[in-house]
Design a protein around this ligand. Structure first.
Ligand SMILES: NC(=O)c1ccc[n+]([C@@H]2O[C@H](COP(=O)([O-])OP(=O)(O)OC[C@H]3O[C@@H](n4cnc5c(N)ncnc54)[C@H](OP(=O)(O)O)[C@@H]3O)[C@@H](O)[C@H]2O)c1
Length: 279
């Protein structure tokens, strides 16, 4: 059985749906990853062959004002999961982020590039990556710019704001690959089924700015909204973000045969599914 921790979250719910009978989901009501007692009890009771950790403190700006919680959930929580997996001989799959990089490289990041987080969130997720290695059997999957049916995300924010306004201003100097949680879930399952270990990057292919992504969301939804540019400096959010954090995913494709679709195709699929879910 593959245990998904954080199964009520945006990625967790898609993983559970795709895993079907192979999967079992738990979330904060059943396990608190910041508590070693809770983690060791649940993992030793359930005896999974693999644990996919999707549980995290994902409020990037919120992490800036709560360093202790960020480290407890995103860093120490992973250590407890890894030690419980080690005791059981189970695989730990830790989901990580492009925010462990500083965005200064200028070309897509490969798995071996040196991390240099700019934010508390990035620092805490990097601690989680290092702690995953407490399990001799571990897989780290770095991803970025997630959206899906089951959580707060940029696509839903744009669609809500675009229904209220005919002009929006969106940053155009951060570049990355918007990634649908269904494609990420497919990539994670392909990595597990192919016996991959170590670090992998997994995101939809091709890239854009948040501004370009917003324009595509409105074009694909048939909404007429003007999207004006602004800079990250003008937006002035509490947490610093990498300006260019595209992830090179060719190792994923080479080792699993899975080729993540271009982000715009994935967006189209997501919007179709969203419409059929709403009707
Ligand atoms: N969202 C993105 O754009 C993005 C980008 C790159 C990487 N990632 C990574 O991808 C993974 C999945 O992200 P997501 O957006 O699907 O996350 P999400 O929707 O925020 O889901 C996280 C889940 O973990 C639960 N959780 C929080 N603290 C917990 C704890 N102490 N013990 C057990 N469960 C706890 C949350 O419960 P509550 O809701 O009750 O807190 C929530 O159900 C995370 O590792 C994240 O860092 C996300």
């Amino acid at each position: 059985m593959i245990l998904v921790v954080g199964a009520n979250g945006m990625l967790g719910r898609d993983l559970i749906a795709l895993l079907g009978d192979r999967g079992h989901g738990i979330d904060i009501a059943d396990i608190d990853i910041t508590s070693p007692e809770s983690v060791f009890k649940v993992i030793s009771d359930l005896k999974p062959e693999a644990v996919i950790n999707c549980a995290a403190f994902t409020d990037v700006d919120g992490c800036e004002s709560d360093f202790e919680k960020a480290m407890a959930v995103n860093g120490e929580g992973v250590a407890y999961l890894a030690m419980a997996c080690r005791d059981l001989g189970a695989l730990l799959v830790q989901v990580s982020t492009d925010y462990i990089f500083d965005g200064g490289k200028g070309t897509p990041y490969i798995e071996d590039d040196a991390p240099c987080p700019l934010s508390v969130y990035g620092e805490s997720k990097l601690a989680g990556e290092m702690n995953a290695a407490f399990s001799p059997d571990y897989l780290i999957v770095r991803t970025q710019w997630l959206y899906g049916l089951y959580g707060k995300n940029f696509v839903e924010t744009m669609l809500r704001m675009g229904a209220e306004k005919d002009e929006l201003t969106v940053v155009d100097d951060q570049i990355g690959s918007p990634t649908w949680t269904v494609d990420l879930a497919r990539a994670i399952i392909a990595l597990i089924d192919s016996g991959c270990r170590g670090i992998y990057h997994a995101a939809n292919s091709e890239y854009c700015s948040w501004n370009g992504f917003a324009k595509a969301i409105f074009e694909e939804s048939g909404l007429s909204v003007a999207v004006k540019p602004m800079t990250t400096t003008e937006l002035n959010r509490p947490a610093r973000r990498p300006l260019y954090s595209t992830l090179e995913c060719s190792k994923l494709t080479a080792d699993t045969g899975f080729h993540p679709p271009p982000w715009r195709d994935a967006l189209r699929e997501y919007l179709k599914l969203r419409t059929s879910n709403l009707s």
